[in-house]
Design a protein around this ligand. Structure first.
Ligand code: FES
Length: 104
């Protein structure tokens, strides 16, 4: 499986989501300590950017700022209403100073 660099590790502040375009689609990237997690940036409830929401580093969730749904950054699952559908998750990893995404 091949992978491609999507940003530098230093581009990602710890515990704050960043929106990155990958193949023309917005992805919310979140660095939590030594790991980086990535989910589709558009909330499954409405056209709202999840990367503008707050990250809970301990629970590894992101909260949609619009109506407050919590999404798991690990599974993409909508954990609280009003969203009921998951968001896509992407396989990303840290490679030295880079953050890379596995090809889908
Ligand atoms: S837009 Fe995200 S919960 Fe409504």
């Amino acid at each position: 499986m091949s992978s491609s660099r999507i940003c530098g590790l230093t581009d990602l502040p710890d515990g704050i989501a960043r929106q990155i375009e990958v193949d023309g689609a917005p992805v919310a990237l979140v660095r939590i300590g030594d790991s980086v997690l990535a989910v589709a940036d558009t909330c499954s409830h409405a056209e709202v950017s999840l990367s503008d929401g707050e990250v809970d580093a301990e629970d590894r969730t992101i909260e949609c700022w619009k109506h407050g749904s919590l999404f798991s950054l690990e599974t993409g699952e909508a954990l609280t209403l009003p969203a009921t559908q998951p968001v896509e998750v992407f396989a990303v990893r840290i490679d030295g100073d880079d953050v890379v995404m596995e090809e889908r």
